[in-house]
Design a protein around this ligand. Structure first.
Ligand SMILES: [Zn+2]
Ligand SMILES: [Zn+2]
Ligand SMILES: [Zn+2]
Ligand SMILES: [Zn+2]
Ligand SMILES: [Zn+2]
Ligand SMILES: [Zn+2]
Length: 735
């Protein structure tokens, strides 16, 4: 491959790249450009089709609106083929301030202002168009043009718009007709009279929209009022417009969302007759453009009302001679005969007729200077007559005479007074034609100037007073008399007690039974805690009792008293142990006592007394050989050892108890011996001499021969003592 060829290939490649870049860039730009409109705010309407003579709706939508606060929009259609049914704003701008203007033929202008701005998509306008029945069969353009548009900051907003087309198809065959009839009371009318009529159908076929036209002769009739029938006005979403701008013509366009009732009055219209001539005038009613809510068309119909008119007959007006009240009281009435200037009255006879049961004519008085009057108050029953002469003839409206009547009738009687005349002439004796005008008089009341109290006021109701008629029961100037108000008497409050009612402080009235008294109920007793009374305590053996009494804690009244029994207590035993009796003390068996009473089962056991034991010797001092001894003979109780008795006893002296005589010196025949003996108990020693020894005679002599005188005395003494002792002892034993 040569360098040249290589270079060519390189070049071709670069060209291709550059071309492709140049080709793609616009494409990218286009993609962006196409996306832009889809986000831009737009208004548009979809294409529709319609048959000749029918209607169709065109819905204008907003899309991609963002903060659109104000918008002017025009929808233009071809008036050669379409007439406007109606145009209404859509739900999308329901909260906006809105104006739909269809005054210009072929154009509907929608303007809205929304403070908050409108954003999003939605229906902004609905237009109902009717195609002419002879409209050319083709497509028609409907233009949608956006005028001023701005956001809530009043910055201009660009809104694109796209219209639509209406395809008109061949007319459908209308077979049904809605026939209308008139309602009119055929009375011949004169100028100034009202002509009222209405139009109705009894088979409406449920039309939902229609045009009604009235043609009339505007030289004979002036439109006074026109309105849609009430039931049409009340149909769902009914709208209508009245066009009476054209002389002799009225058009009412009606449309609603739902069907009219089958029998329906569609139009009520009235005229004032303005022409003044004999003849007839016609009112023509034409209905057209009738569609039901499915936009099916119906033939309309025509109805003609003929109004008969007549010319108002011309009236010749004669000058009047009339009766006029001059003064009227309950007792007297004065009537003037009053002649108008044009009567040119110079002379005449006048007859005044009245009800003779109600009035009596009492006087006829001349009141016009220069005239002459001849009167007869009672020309006939209920008729007065007078002749009047004034040679120059009157030159102004003149009261020519006064008739005075006494009132016989009761109050409020309404009476006619009439006047007639004859030979009414002017000063040249030309007879004058006049019109006579009577008058009506009502008898007034004779009200007193003083008030009469009709109803006395009470404390709380007003009374009334009035002026009374002296002749009848009538009253006037009924005036309220203020209520007197109460004359209060104050009563102090009284508190209720347990058994008596009380009341708050209150007022009564000295005149009436007014009172603010409010009773406070008695409070009833308040039971205090029951207390005991008349209590008798129960003892061990007997029942006690008391009264359980409930008092009112407030008033201390005794509310109840009930006798209650207290059961006997029974003994409160104290046990005592048994005690055995002793020799000198009593004893008892075990027993019970009561701590409260002297109940006891105590039984005494007597003392047993002492039991004498055998006497015993005490304090004994033994008797000696020479001296007495003694002792106490004592008796004790063998049970308790108590000393029961003590007696002193003497023991007699024992005397010596000698042993054998013992010779301690042996007697000889010449000399006496000696011997002794000793007491076995004591040491007492008794001695004695032993006689000298001798032959046997000697021995006896010797026994006595030896007794000297001293020994003899001694023996006698002992013998004496022994005799005394025996004597004493026997005496003691006897004692
Ligand atoms: Zn009266
Ligand atoms: Zn009172
Ligand atoms: Zn009480
Ligand atoms: Zn006891
Ligand atoms: Zn004893
Ligand atoms: Zn002795």
């Amino acid at each position: 491959m040569s360098d040249k060829v290589f270079n060519k290939k390189i070049f071709a490649y670069i060209v291709a790249v550059v071309l492709s870049v140049f080709c793609f860039l616009p494409c990218l730009c286009l993609v962006e450009a196409e996306e832009q409109p889809s986000e831009a705010p737009t208004v548009y309407a979809a294409d529709v089709s319609v048959t000749q003579g029918s209607g169709t709706y065109i819905y204008v939508y907003a899309k991609n609106f963002a903060d659109v606060s104000g918008l002017d929009l025009f929808v233009r259609y071809d008036t050669s083929a379409f007439t406007l049914g109606r145009a209404t704003k859509g739900s999308f701008i329901s909260s906006a301030l809105c104006d739909v203007n269809a005054e210009t033929a072929g154009e509907i202008r929608l303007s809205y202002v929304s403070v908050d701005g409108v954003s999003g998509d939605g229906l902004i306008l609905t237009v109902l168009l009717y195609s002419e029945s002879e409209a050319e069969i083709k497509d028609y353009k409907v233009d949608i043009i956006v005028g001023d548009c701005y956001d809530s900051g009043l910055n201009s907003v660009a809104v694109s718009a796209s219209g639509c087309k209406i395809t008109v198809k061949e007319k459908q065959q209308i077979t049904e007709t809605v026939t209308f009839y008139s309602r009119y009371e055929d009375v011949t009318k004169r100028k100034g009279d009202e002509v009222a009529l209405s139009f109705y159908t009894y088979n409406s076929h449920g039309f939902a929209s229609a045009d009604f036209e009235i043609n009339f002769d505007d030289e004979m009739l002036a439109l006074k009022s026109v309105s849609l029938g009430e039931s049409l006005k009340n149909t769902d979403s009914a709208t209508f417009s009245v066009n009476d701008k054209t002389d002799g013509y009225v058009k009412i366009s009606y449309a609603a969302l739902s069907a009219a009732p089958s029998y329906v009055t569609v139009l009520e219209i009235s005229f004032t007759v303005i022409g003044d001539k004999d003849g007839q005038t016609q009112i023509e009613f034409i209905s057209s453009a009738l569609y039901n809510s499915d936009l099916t068309a119906y033939n309309g119909s025509k109805s003609i009302v003929t109004v008969n008119t007549e010319e108002i007959p011309s009236v010749i007006v004669y000058p009047k001679i009339s009766l006029k009240a001059h003064s009227v009281t309950y007792s007297e009435v004065e009537l003037d005969i009053f002649a108008e200037k044009d009567t040119l009255l110079a002379a005449g006879d006048f007859f005044v007729e009245f009800n003779a049961e109600e009035y009596e004519c009492v006087d006829i008085v001349k009141i016009f200077d220069g005239s002459m009057i001849v009167g007869n108050t009672a020309f006939k029953a209920g008729m007065a007559r007078l002749s009047f002469i004034y040679e120059d003839g009157i030159s102004g409206d003149t009261a020519i005479a006064r008739l005075r009547f006494k009132v016989l009738a009761p109050c409020e009687t309404k009476s006619e007074f009439s006047i007639s005349g004859s030979k009414i002439t002017d000063k040249d004796f030309n007879e004058q034609i006049v019109e006579y005008v009577g008058t009506t008089i009502v008898v007034p009341h004779d009200f007193s100037n003083e008030f009469t109290t009709d109803e006395q006021p009470t404390c709380d109701t007003s009374g009334s007073k009035s002026h009374h008629c002296s002749r009848c029961a009538a009253v006037k100037d009924v005036t309220e008399i203020d209520a007197l108000g109460h004359e209060y008497i104050h009563h102090e409050a009284k508190a209720p007690t347990c058994v008596e009612i009380g009341w708050k402080a209150y007022d009564t009235c000295s005149r009436c039974n007014y009172t603010t008294y409010e009773e406070i109920k008695a409070k009833g007793h308040t039971k205090a805690v029951a207390v005991e009374e008349n209590r008798i305590e129960a003892t061990c053996l007997e029942k006690g009792q008391y009264d359980s009494v409930v008092y009112c804690s407030v008033c201390n009244e005794e509310l109840s008293r009930e006798k209650k029994i207290i059961e006997a207590l029974g003994h409160d035993y104290i046990h005592h142990k048994a005690k055995a009796p002793t020799c000198v003390e009593i004893g008892w068996e075990a027993y019970d006592t009561c701590s409260r009473c002297d109940y006891t089962t105590y039984k005494e056991i007597s003392e047993k007394g002492h039991t004498k034991a055998a006497a015993v010797e005490e304090n004994k001092i033994e008797a000696t050989c020479l001296e007495d001894g003694h002792y106490d003979s004592v008796i004790y109780c063998s049970v308790c050892n108590e000393e029961l008795s003590r007696e002193e006893k003497t023991i007699e002296a024992l005397g010596h108890e000698y042993g054998e005589w013992i010779v301690d010196l042996e007697p000889t025949v010449s000399a006496e011996g000696r011997e002794y003996r000793k007491c076995l108990r004591c040491e007492h020693r008794e001695e004695r001499s032993v006689e000298k020894l001798k032959n046997d005679d000697e021995e006896l002599s010797g026994c006595f021969g030896t007794l000297d005188l001293t020994s003899i005395v001694m023996i006698v003494a002992i013998m004496l003592i022994c005799g005394v002792f025996v004597k004493v002892k026997s005496r003691k034993s006897n004692r």
